[in-house]
Design a protein around this ligand. Structure first.
Ligand SMILES: Nc1ncnc2c1ncn2[C@@H]1O[C@H](COP(=O)(O)OP(=O)(O)OP(=O)(O)O)[C@@H](O)[C@H]1O
Ligand SMILES: [Mg+2]
Length: 224
């Protein structure tokens, strides 16, 4: 396992985790609706685009047009456009999303340095039961660690949990959780590093997470 880092594309986050996500890992990015999971994923890929790294966004949620539209509202995301180093693959839910089929899709392309899968919960819809889902997650994460520089698996959560309760946080090498918090009577987004294998970091500290036209960043404020 190398100690190389993959920079996150979120201002202020690299510093918290020794320079970025460890290479050859799978990171869970979890949170409730509208917390900023998709924009987090797109920022991660935009960072790769700047370095000419091959990147791919696989979405079960939004089509290519929707993703490009989201990018158009955030300045640093405007580098994201469909070209040969940036692939957007939208999969509709009518199709069978078994892990083997999924791996076949990724295999069609030369290897990627950065990959985002939005979102992992949809795999469950096609699993026969929780046991099969967990086994599929295990197969997928093992495959991705070998084939991709660094992968973000986006996970929808409820009630401020850090995953969907089916072992996702255990299967992944790192977990970043985004949520909303009422602080000083003002609702705000917060981000926590819950887990990051091969890294020393301050666990579970809530950081202000800001989304605006200028990009995604962590604020100076730590919310304890
Ligand atoms: N330029 C901007 N300035 C401020 N906020 C913005 C800007 N562009 C988008 N947002 C906000 O960012 C929020 C997060 O969007 P995003 O799609 O990443 O959330 P999500 O967690 O993926 O949501 P979902 O669960 O619906 O997939 C949106 O609610 C949107 O209002
Ligand atoms: Mg989303």
């Amino acid at each position: 396992m190398s100690s190389q880092r993959v920079t996150t594309g979120i201002r202020g986050l690299n510093e918290l985790i020794e320079g970025g996500f460890p290479k050859e890992t799978v990171i869970l990015v979890s949170g409730g609706p509208g917390t900023g999971k998709t924009l987090f994923g797109l920022s991660f890929l935009a960072e790769g685009s700047k370095k000419n790294e091959r990147s791919c966004y696989i979405s079960f949620n939004e089509n290519e047009q929707g993703l490009l539209r989201a990018c158009s509202r955030i300045n640093p995301l405007q580098v994201v456009s469909k070209n040969e180093t940036f692939v957007i693959k939208s999969i509709d839910l009518g199709s069978d999303i078994s892990v083997t089929r999924f791996i076949d899709i990724i295999e069609q392309f030369p290897s990627f340095e950065r990959l985002v899968i939005d979102n992992i919960n949809k795999l469950l819809l096609f699993a026969e039961d929780k046991r099969q889902y967990r086994t599929q997650l295990d197969t997928l994460t093992r495959y991705l660690r070998e084939k991709v520089g660094c992968t973000l698996l986006i996970c929808e959560t409820e009630n401020d949990r850090i995953d969907a309760g089916l072992g996702e946080a255990f299967e992944c090498d790192g977990v970043i959780n985004i949520s909303f918090l009422e602080f000083e009577e003002k609702p705000r987004r917060i981000l926590r590093v819950e887990k990051m294998r091969y890294t020393s970091f301050e666990p579970k500290v809530a950081h202000d997470f800001v989304i605006d036209r200028k990009g995604l960043k962590l604020g100076d404020k730590k919310i304890i």
